[in-house]
Design a protein around this ligand. Structure first.
Ligand SMILES: NC(=O)c1ccc[n+]([C@@H]2O[C@H](COP(=O)([O-])OP(=O)(O)OC[C@H]3O[C@@H](n4cnc5c(N)ncnc54)[C@H](OP(=O)(O)O)[C@@H]3O)[C@@H](O)[C@H]2O)c1
Length: 319
């Protein structure tokens, strides 16, 4: 009698879970988890693609842990994804970007590392995409060990130009830059917080999960000798303050999460291209070099580093 009831209950639960998975897949780009096979799925919603490989293996930890790189379509973010995947203990990497269909670098990596990379659609200016990504990661992995917030803007042709004088400052430029560089990464941390708390350092060499926000040296008030770039500079300064504030809260709550800010150096990417003219050749880093240095800092982060701001060479940058 009991066995019969248990069997019936199991069947019912399986059916409910299956229909929940299908709903999540349709609504949230959440991968459906088959029990025995490994598949590459492509689902389209809002013009975005979610490439999710599904396996029966325990995806919740394992060697290398679960890492998320936000702003991974190109530049420094894409290079973080590449280097995390090329590690011996690569774990699982979740790369997020605004338009996965157009993220050719990520698509190539997905072909090379189908078991280890998921691509999710996330626009930092659209909180619903952040929430959907958090839910998707929760359902698939249950936790996160590393979050790298890489997305950022400095200039956009015909929309946004870094200011050279106060007279050129526009409210719209300030707000747009703050939305992407400051508010976006902080909302990502907010929604990933439960997952980071759950993950801590499990599956990695660390004792804690790490949040690494990519800031910039120009955000430093103490180091500001040149002026200019009002919107970009101050958006990153605000990012620094919010990251520090969050790091204090996590420590007070004894959450196993450390937050750091990183300056990558001047790196040869689309962001710096229009401003490279006066940069000496030996001060213009490749993405490969910069990210290798930054991953070295992330790997060796200690609790005493919580809330600190480091340059690519490990030197602390004054606020
Ligand atoms: N390069 C440098 O010299 C340098 C120096 C100091 C700090 N940084 C910082 O390093 C980070 C990466 O910069 P990068 O040089 O790699 O720049 P990049 O090559 O221009 O890449 C910027 C990334 O941000 C993404 N992004 C922009 N708006 C977004 C949004 N609303 N939602 C989600 N993603 C968005 C872009 O995605 P799309 O492809 O969809 O546009 C792209 O993946 C930035 O935070 C930047 O401020 C760079």
């Amino acid at each position: 009698m009991f066995i019969f009831k248990a069997k019936k209950l199991h069947l019912l639960t399986t059916q409910i879970l299956k229909s929940k998975d299908i709903m999540n897949h349709l609504i949230l780009n959440t991968p459906i988890m088959p029990t025995t096979t490994t598949t590459l799925m492509t689902s389209r919603r809002n013009g975005g693609v979610c490439f999710c490989s599904s396996t029966t293996s325990n995806l919740k930890g394992g060697q290398g842990g679960v890492s998320m790189v936000q702003g991974a379509s190109r530049g420094i973010g894409l290079e973080f994804v590449r280097q995390l995947l090329e590690r011996k203990e690569k774990g699982h990497v979740i790369a997020t970007c605004r338009n996965p269909d157009g993220a050719t670098g990520l698509i190539e990596l997905k072909e090379k590392f189908p078991e280890h990379l998921d691509i999710l659609q996330l626009d930092v200016t659209d909180e619903s995409t952040i929430e959907a990504s958090a839910l998707s990661i929760k359902e698939r992995y249950g936790s996160l060990n590393l979050l790298i917030n890489a997305a950022g803007i400095l200039s956009i042709p015909n929309v946004l130009q870094p200011e050279t004088t106060l007279s050129k400052l526009q409210k719209s430029s300030l707000l747009l830059t703050y939305e992407v560089n400051t508010v976006g990464p902080i909302m990502v941390i907010k929604h990933m917080w439960p997952l980071l708390k759950m993950g801590g350092g499990s599956g990695t060499e660390r004792n804690s999960a790490v949040v690494a926000n990519i800031s910039a040296r120009v955000s430093s008030i103490g180091d500001n000798r040149l002026g200019g770039w009002h919107s970009y500079r101050s958006s990153k300064t605000a990012l620094n303050q919010l990251t520090k504030t969050i790091s204090v809260e996590f420590a007070r709550r004894k959450d196993p999460i450390l937050c750091i800010l990183l300056h990558p150096g001047t790196v040869d990417t689309d962001l710096s291209k229009p401003f490279q003219r006066n940069v000496p050749q030996d001060k213009l880093f490749t993405k490969e070099f910069s990210v290798q240095k930054l991953l070295g800092i992330i790997d060796s982060v200690k609790s005493m580093d919580n809330g600190k701001f480091f340059a690519w060479d490990g030197q602390e940058i004054p606020w």
